[in-house]
Design a protein around this ligand. Structure first.
Ligand code: GRG
Length: 347
């Protein structure tokens, strides 16, 4: 492993580049009347500012790179998997556009969100557009020589990931106004909301390589466990991250009443100790002035340490699927490096 902890691997952007080109081609309209719609989509993808001038503000692109590396690890040519990698990243970005509307989030990646610039109706439509384009994009695998049956299989995996996304999001949303889930209920939600798509990214990469069920299953499980570690890390950053790095307002999750892992654990631990200060504070979404008290109670209850240990244990479990797997060595070492970055990132 060459990258220092928390730093994006050097290869991330070179793997992402062909996927960016594929997505840019998809997010262009030949019809001048519809160009303003596609401009909204390109803004969300982080390629332009709100007026359409070139600007860099994109996400980390970890899902498409996982897809390409999984293809390579299973003995395939990552170029073949580029349309699939694009479809996974588009599905992810669709979910972010809708998530920002649902959460009324003003900022993402340090930039104004689509709904806050163009309003809710156009943002819903923009998200829907990205969703449909994501599902169309995967058929580009056929043009890269993949048999129709494999394209169909990849498409079915993508659809299942979409189903998991809306199921996980449902739980996450309803828990905002409900008593906190237990840690094990939280994990059911995180598996659907986040881990299923990382698992699908790796699974689809393996399908693009024409892999057998054995390696394909290992890669899917690697992605899934990594996805759980990813969501737990996201939750840690949501409370203790530096907002200048995460690009999100301080304390956003807590103020909204989100039952992230530290909250689920903190409340469970507090019940176990027979105490109740945190439960009282989080009985309803806390006011801004109660934020610091809630964060310090979570710390007293050991929530950050518990979350860090859990993320590390899912990372270890993810890496366990790769060791001794017989998958292609160089790609495996890059997957390991990417996995370490995902769990130790600052944004
Ligand atoms: C599929 C019909 C259908 C509905 C989707 C809106 C929704 C339902 C789901 C939202 C799921 C969601 C927002 C999960 C959070 C996952 C997560 C941790 C996102 C952050 O990912 P990063 O850090 O983002 O990779 P960047 O900015 O790097 O792309």
């Amino acid at each position: 492993m060459t990258a220092s902890v928390g730093r994006a691997p050097d290869f991330l952007s070179s793997y992402a580049e062909p996927v960016e080109a594929e997505m840019r081609a998809i997010l262009t309209s030949p019809d001048p009347m519809l160009e303003p719609l596609f401009q909204i989509l390109r803004y969300h993808m982080g390629w332009t500012d709100r007026r359409g001038s070139s600007q860099r503000g994109r996400g980390k692109r970890v899902r498409p790179v996982l897809c390409l590396l999984a293809c390579e690890a299973a003995g395939g040519n990552p170029q073949v998997a580029v349309p699939a990698a694009a479809s996974v990243e588009l599905l992810h970005n669709f979910s972010l556009v809708h998530d920002d509307i649902e959460d009324k989030s003003p900022a993402r990646r340090g930039r104004e969100t689509v709904w806050s610039l163009w309003g809710v109706p156009l943002a819903i439509n923009a998200g829907d557009a990205i969703l449909i384009l994501a599902h169309q994009a995967i058929h580009g695998l056929r043009e890269r020589g993949l048999p129709a049956s494999s394209v169909q299989e990849a498409s079915a995996v993508l659809q299942s990931a979409g189903r998991a996304l809306f199921e996980g999001q449902y739980l996450d949303l309803v828990w905002e106004d409900a008593p906190a889930p237990t840690v094990s209920e939280y994990l059911v939600m995180a598996e659907r909301k986040t881990a299923a798509l990382l698992g699908a990214a790796c699974h689809i990469g393996a399908i693009a390589a024409g892999a057998e069920d054995g390696p394909s299953g290992l890669l899917r499980e690697f992605g899934r466990d990594l996805g759980l570690a990813f969501q737990v890390t996201d939750d840690i950053l949501g409370i203790w991250g530096d907002s200048a790095q995460t690009g999100k307002p301080v304390g956003e999750d807590l103020l909204r009443g989100k039952k992230s892992l530290p909250v689920a654990f903190g409340l469970e631990e507090e019940r176990r100790r027979g105490e109740g200060a945190l439960a009282k504070l989080l009985d309803r979404p806390p006011a801004q002035e109660d934020l610091a008290a809630a964060v310090s109670l979570l710390a007293e209850l050991g929530a950050p340490e518990h979350a860090t240990r859990l993320a590390e244990s899912y990372l270890e479990s993810a890496l366990g699927h790769l060791s001794g797997s017989g998958l292609e060595r160089e790609a495996v070492s890059r997957l390991e490096e990417l996995a370490n970055y995902i769990v130790h990132r600052q944004a």
